[in-house]
Write a protein that binds this ligand. Structure first.
Ligand code: GLU
Length: 321
């Protein structure tokens, strides 16, 4: 593999990819290739696994020409690395046991001084006796004793982003390693220094960058891509209609035609990935969601609908709630 870093696409094998997910993968591939990086695929199978989906997703990506330059890594096979990172944080006193239920956390967040989605550190100060007593009632999750309230990243599309960092979960109380820890450990272990993914994860990025810095790992470059949405403004989902390669194939769309649709939506030449790469310019990527109307897709793939006009726009500073 080239020694120039790597980009990646890391789907969770919970169902078929839809054209919004595939579009994000295409953008990640273009970012990696246009900056001389390798491109890797990772299967995020710590949670929400549906049998057969991994193979299905890799085949969907391959049909668009998106392949991994190295072995496809499965998170379920990396648990030793995660435990090692957890041990490092533990040895520095940065991990504590939390006995709160989901309901406790939700109630704390909706209390007068609570903040939605922000864990206020309820269990941080529990004494050893109290912890022993509570452990007999319920297995604990493990949380990071965060030393900051916010952290920031520079995002190639969203600009300067500041978001809250709370004492987030590192290992769930069912023993499963939490996404935020896994993703940071994996990206570093795979030499991934460019993270391009959907902007639903923008708010998690400062947490992950903070965790990487605590672990002494390099913080990757980030680019969070606006999602595909339905005409009603909701995040695109399979229930919205024919939005997977399989559904679209039934309506007469070849994988090539779907790729052309995706490239057009990005304001890029629709002929091939290679042609798109030659004119890829991150500064010209749309900075707003891609509105997908499955009803329009069901008519005919003969002419590829034009993408939205792409206005270059300067990154804006963002402070997330
Ligand atoms: N596995 C996550 C998802 O499918 C993506 C995580 C990431 O790209 O960091 O939403």
């Amino acid at each position: 593999m080239a020694g120039t870093g790597a980009g990646r696409f890391a789907p969770s094998p919970s169902g078929q990819l839809h054209i919004g997910n595939l579009r994000t993968a295409v953008v990640a591939w273009l970012f990696a290739r246009s900056t001389g990086r390798s491109f890797l695929l990772r299967v995020e199978d710590l949670d929400r696994v549906r049998a057969g989906t991994e193979e299905e997703q890799l085949a969907e990506l391959a049909a668009l020409g998106i392949l991994s330059d190295g072995p496809v890594v499965r998170q379920s096979e990396q648990t030793g690395r995660y435990e090692q990172a957890l041990g490092l944080l533990q040895s520095r006193g940065l991990v504590y046991e939390c006995f709160c239920t989901r309901r406790d956390v939700a109630e704390a967040a909706s209390a007068p001084h609570g903040r939605p989605g922000f864990y206020p550190g309820t269990c941080r100060g529990l004494g050893a006796d109290e912890r022993d007593r509570r452990r007999a009632e319920r297995p604990p999750s493990l949380r990071l004793a965060a030393g900051v309230g916010t952290w920031h990243i520079e995002d190639l599309l969203a600009g300067h982003v500041t978001a809250p960092v709370d004492d987030f979960v590192l290992r769930r109380n069912d023993g499963v390693i939490a996404y935020n820890l896994a993703v940071v450990v994996d990206d570093a272990a795979q030499g991934i220094d460019q993270v391009v993914r959907g902007d639903d994860l923008l708010e998690s990025a400062p947490r992950q960058a903070y965790l990487a810095s605590l672990l002494g790992l390099p913080v990757p470059t980030y680019a969070h891509v606006p999602l595909a949405i339905s005409p009603g403004g909701r995040r695109l989902a399979k229930r919205d209609g024919a939005v997977t390669l399989e559904d679209l194939a039934r309506l007469g769309w070849s994988a090539h035609a779907v790729l052309a649709l995706i490239l057009a939506s990005l304001g890029l030449p629709a002929g091939s990935l290679g042609a798109a790469l030659a004119s890829f310019d991150p500064a010209r990527l749309p900075r707003y969601p891609w509105v997908v109307d499955p009803a329009a897709l069901s008519s005919t793939p003969l002419s590829v609908p034009a993408g939205p006009a792409c206005k270059p726009s300067a990154p804006t500073d963002k402070v997330l709630p």
